[in-house]
Design a protein around this ligand. Structure first.
Ligand code: NI
Length: 184
């Protein structure tokens, strides 16, 4: 079975505000979606994927900030249902990329530490304080649920430059180049 494609900027479906999922265990259809999203994340490869990136406007995210693409045994995906950021502390700058923003990376300012809350597949609630890459990943993926992309958080000058290049690339329908580095 072919994996669903990851939607790419400027697809308007990336700009929708996603709806919360009902409390409690996920339905079989949503479990299947979460499984598919995990497979897509590893296949791309990326370290996080939010449901809107595969066309579903719901508050569901998959993430694995530890895996080594050379070693499938290191895979340890989390499924985050209705994730929320409860508190933010400190500041850091991180070079981000995104599976939905091809061929571009830029420095983004984020909170260094965030306290997060989410439910798992079974509806059990979790609370975590995360830092560094995992904190950046949470902030990036939760933005997707509100229709926000990392290019919205950089200077207008850099964003306009990217948008122009992207329009040109789409116009000439050039095949996508490889994407080095971690994509969220
Ligand atoms: Ni992303």
């Amino acid at each position: 079975m072919a994996l669903r494609p990851v939607l790419q900027f400027p697809d308007p479906r990336l700009r929708r505000r996603s709806l919360p999922l009902p409390e409690g265990a996920l339905s079989p259809a949503l479990r299947e979606l979460a499984r598919d999203m995990i497979e897509i994340m590893y296949d791309e490869p990326g370290i996080g994927l939010a449901a809107p990136q595969v066309g579903e406007a719901i508050r569901l995210v998959v993430m694995d900030t530890d895996w080594d693409s050379e070693d499938p045994a290191t895979r340890n995906p989390s499924v985050l249902v209705n994730p929320q950021i409860i508190a933010r502390r400190g500041q850091l700058t991180w070079t981000e990329g995104c599976l939905s923003v091809p061929d571009f990376q830029a420095d983004v300012e984020r909170a260094e530490h965030v306290q997060v809350r989410y439910a798992d597949l079974e509806g059990k609630l979790h609370s975590e304080e995360v830092s560094g890459l995992r904190a950046v990943c949470f902030q990036h993926e939760l933005d997707h649920l509100d229709g926000i992309l990392f290019i919205d958080r950089i200077s207008k000058l850099r964003r306009d430059g990217y948008v122009r290049r992207r329009r040109k690339a789409l116009k000439f329908a050039a095949p996508a180049a490889g994407r080095p580095g971690a994509a969220l």
